[in-house]
Design a protein around this ligand. Structure first.
Ligand code: SF4
Length: 447
């Protein structure tokens, strides 16, 4: 999961990119980078950490130029090494290029081996660098023709912003796994992973980039090209459940409204008697609110989340590691004491964090704990850019719901059905990737 941003033709391009990345920080905290162009050459700053840690005021002043792209990274393919931070900047047969990528290519290893046999030398271990090598190797002269030849060779998930010294490109894979939106601020065009990055710079939302589309922004003109016809769409449904910010708009609706619906459907699928409904904050807030509205059970805050745990937080030694859930969450005792509690969470991955949180509810005096999950059981890992563990570590891939209930120590456990999850989005399942719930991968793995 990463966040990308690009802006064309604005005197404060780097500063607006900084703000855009700030609003996309939830999509990756490992590294951040901005590349700006003054029409001839690139200037850039890329570093480890969150946006506010990487850029100083002075950096942003130095990053002058009217064009810029930026990236926040959460590593999946390739290690978390700083040399894998993006945007990737190269000088190649097509001139200076800078690339920011959200997603994972499932055939990166195959393409990389092929390129290495042809003499290519890679600087990083990311799949994204493969794209730049393919561009550099292309014999086509016109840059859009280059892209039309290169992009169909890529298999998997990719939303890209690509900058040459004077042109900005936005690209989305034919399945549309990861989001990418287009906005306008005066005469400037903006590309971003989510609409919240348009809102922060007061840009107007124009539309989503279509799956299989290239937009070229040059000389203040925007041109659109199709490089592939979508066989089917496969937007990652987890964008609705967990990844995107609740205020972002996807497929014409806010993420918050879909999460509310998930909560309502959760109640309708298995009505439950309780005194209060609480979310695991913050990602389950909207779903818990929806559950409360539908069930008429009082919404309350049973957990308070500490928002100030930085990337550099030092994990406690094994001996005191059981405190680690408490560093992030604490209970509000008088809300929970002697209550029948419905707890809403967005997902259960390994089950270890959930177990610690349930233990905290018990010690706060909850007399019944009904755990409700606003996604279906995760039974398969993601290969398209989300950092899920292997099948062996996924609790729902190895145990039944009843076994998980016992392991967590809750009174009852219920996951929303796949149908319920999809129906909350107002689209049918042919629009989504659901592979981690049904093991049906829209693009097959190729090593
Ligand atoms: S496998 Fe799961 S997390 Fe990955 S893209 Fe598909 S739905 Fe999203």
């Amino acid at each position: 999961m990463c966040g990308i941003f690009g802006i064309y033709n604005h005197q404060d391009a780097a500063e607006l990119t900084y703000l855009g990345l700030y609003s996309l920080q939830h999509r990756g905290q490992e590294s951040a980078g901005i590349v700006s162009s003054n029409g001839e050459r690139f200037l850039y700053k890329i570093g480890a950490g969150e946006v506010q840690e990487v850029f100083s005021k002075e950096d942003l002043v130095k990053l002058n130029g009217r064009f810029a792209i930026g990236h926040v990274r959460y590593s999946t393919y390739g290690s978390s090494d700083i040399k894998n931070a993006q945007p990737i900047v190269v000088k190649c047969s097509k001139g200076f290029l800078a690339l920011a990528h959200n997603g994972n290519l499932v055939n990166a290893r195959y393409l990389r081996n092929k390129l290495e046999q042809q003499g290519a030398i890679f600087q990083t271990t990311t799949d994204s660098e493969v794209i730049l090598h393919l561009i550099s190797h292309s014999k086509e002269k016109n840059f859009v023709d280059v892209l039309k030849k290169v992009l169909p060779q890529l298999k998997g998930a990719y939303s890209l912003v690509l900058l040459t010294p004077n042109t900005l490109y936005g690209i989305r894979d034919p399945y549309g796994f990861r989001p990418l939106v287009l906005g306008k601020l005066g005469k400037s065009f903006i590309l971003a992973s989510e609409t919240c990055a348009l809102d922060i710079v007061s840009a107007e939302f124009i539309r989503e980039i279509e799956p299989g589309e290239i937009v070229e922004i040059k000389d203040t003109q925007l041109k659109s090209y199709k490089f592939a016809n979508s066989v089917r769409k496969a937007l990652c449904i987890f964008e609705y459940i967990y990844f995107s910010r609740p205020d972002s708009i996807l497929q014409g609706q806010t993420i918050h409204s879909v999460r509310m619906k998930l909560g309502k459907i959760l109640y309708r699928e298995l009505p439950t008697q309780a005194d209060i409904v609480i979310p695991i904050p913050d990602s389950a807030n909207s779903a818990a609110l929806g559950y409360s509205q539908e069930s008429k059970i009082y919404f309350n805050l049973g957990f308070i989340r500490n928002h100030y745990i930085g990337r550099t937080f030092i994990q406690p030694r094994q001996k005191i590691r059981d405190f680690s859930a408490k560093i992030k969450y604490n209970t509000v005792k008088d809300v929970l004491n002697n209550k029948r509690v419905v707890v809403v969470d967005d997902s259960i991955v390994r089950g270890t964090t959930s177990k610690k949180l349930i233990a905290m509810l018990k010690s706060a005096g909850s007399k019944e704990i009904h755990l409700r999950i606003s996604s279906a059981p995760i039974i398969a890992p993601c290969v398209y850019g989300i950092d899920t563990p292997t099948k062996k570590e996924l609790i729902a891939a190895n145990y039944s719901v009843e076994e998980i209930r016992k392991f967590l120590g809750v009174t009852s456990l219920y996951y929303i059905s796949i149908n319920g999850m999809v129906s909350a989005t107002n689209y049918d399942e042919t629009n989504f990737c659901l592979a981690c719930f049904n093991n049906n991968y829209p693009v097959k793995l190729k090593s």
